[in-house]
Ligand binder design. Structure first.
Ligand SMILES: Cc1cc2nc3c(=O)[nH]c(=O)nc-3n(C[C@H](O)[C@H](O)[C@H](O)COP(=O)(O)O)c2cc1C
Length: 246
């Protein structure tokens, strides 16, 4: 198989790292790969904050809900949506600056996500591994203060990178027929597909936890959506200049 396809299809998140450092050359290679992601309207509405300082990683680990690997990973990146420099451009050219619509939040989040995935793939292509961290949106205000993020920016996700010290099994994905539709959306076979996938996922959890966790994907998801997630993000985005205030 083509090596790029092999790399993509062998993805697993890595949360345990060896002591091997990630060199500055490797960090540059990773951010350079991020820089080449496509970008909506070529706005390039993202920034990458590179975190090597132990103390800062410790603080971020705590803000992300005590995720220890944010501290223990050799290098941590915070990938932000960034319209700050675009605001500066508009000011310089004496033009109105409009980012009050949800559309711009989507543009920034998508740009940042594409950058992050490029970075993870580049790291993996060079023997490293990592995991994305949405937990940095738990306390967006505090993360923004810690990283000195200006107005018109927001952290989208973190990315732990290092050399893998674990070899986890791949987490099975929804089957093709659940996620790919031929010419038009098909709701008909969903129940059957979900039953099949529940069997696959509960088997995966049973094996991974030596029988301690036997959970289906449908119960996991149904529980996940019983409560609102990170309601504080909306207010934070408004304070940062996004989403028009009522
Ligand atoms: C945007 C994003 C945010 C994520 N945030 C976290 C996180 O905060 N903590 C964590 O341990 N994993 C996080 N993950 C990893 C997912 O849990 C993981 O990708 C998913 O369970 C599938 O497992 P796999 O990546 O090993 O295939 C995140 C993944 C994405 C794409």
């Amino acid at each position: 198989m083509n090596t790029m396809i092999e790399l993509i299809q062998s993805h697993r998140s890595i949360r345990k790292f060896t002591n091997e450092k990630v060199s500055n050359e490797q960090i540059n290679m990773i951010v350079e790969a991020g820089r080449w992601a496509p970008s909506s309207h070529h706005v390039q509405a993202y920034s990458i904050v590179v975190i090597n300082e132990k103390e800062k990683k410790r603080n971020l680990a705590s803000l992300a809900g005590n995720q220890s690997y944010v501290e223990s990973c050799p290098v941590f990146f915070v990938i932000c949506a960034d319209f700050y420099r675009l605001h500066e451009v508009s000011t310089l050219l004496n033009k109105p600056f409009e980012v009050g619509e949800i559309e711009q939040v989507l543009v920034g989040a998508v740009d940042a996500a594409l950058v992050a995935q490029n970075m993870l793939l580049a790291a993996r292509a060079n023997g490293m591994g990592g995991v994305m961290i949405g937990g940095i949106r738990n306390e967006p205000e505090k993360v923004a203060n810690l990283l000195n993020l200006p107005k018109y920016t927001f952290p989208v996700m973190g990315l732990c990178i290092g050399y893998p010290d674990q070899d986890p099994a791949q987490k099975p994905r929804l089957p093709l027929k659940a996620v790919v539709h031929d010419e038009q959306y098909n709701t008909v076979q969903l129940n059957q597909v979900l039953r099949e996938y529940d069997d696959v996922m509960s088997d995966y959890y049973r094996k991974r936890t030596k029988g301690k966790r036997i959970e289906t994907w449908t119960s996991q998801m149904a529980n996940h959506f019983t409560t609102p997630k990170r309601p504080q993000v909306g207010e934070f985005l408004k304070n940062q200049g996004f989403l028009k205030k009522e």
